[in-house]
Design a protein around this ligand. Structure first.
Ligand code: DGP
Length: 112
């Protein structure tokens, strides 16, 4: 998608620190961190939201990449949260499916 921010990050057209990646997905820090560690994991292919996922193994592999980043960032043992905001009530603001990895402090529950 020509006007998708996360497609541009995946393509290197918008700068982001590439923390981990493979042929299909990329992890980079969230520009508006909500926790000491706040990383986004995206598919490199444009997928607007969970509604549009066709290859569900990709979503599982995005979680595996998030776990690797959690270990790399030193928050695997203290704990972390992964979530995918979807739709208006889910407060999805970027129309390219992405997994949030949050940690480095105790997460609030319920999140509000
Ligand atoms: P969501 O509400 O789930 O759609 O979260 C979108 C997140 O994307 C939000 O926490 C801020 C982040 N974000 C938006 N634009 C950029 C950007 O250009 N670079 C980076 N690194 N993060 C971005």
């Amino acid at each position: 998608m020509d006007d998708c921010i996360f497609c541009k990050i995946a393509q290197g057209k918008i700068p982001a620190k590439r923390l981990a990646e493979d042929a299909d997905m990329l992890a980079f820090p969230d520009v508006e961190p909500q926790a000491p560690v706040h990383v986004l994991v995206i598919p490199k292919k444009h997928v607007p939201s969970l509604h549009d996922v066709q290859d569900w193994s990709l979503v599982g592999r995005m979680h595996a990449l998030a776990l690797k980043v959690a270990r790399d960032q030193g928050i695997a043992d203290s704990g972390f949260r992964v979530l995918i905001n979807t739709g208006a009530d889910g407060v999805q603001t970027v129309g390219h499916v992405h997994l949030h990895l949050l940690g480095g402090r105790t997460m609030l529950w319920p999140p509000g």
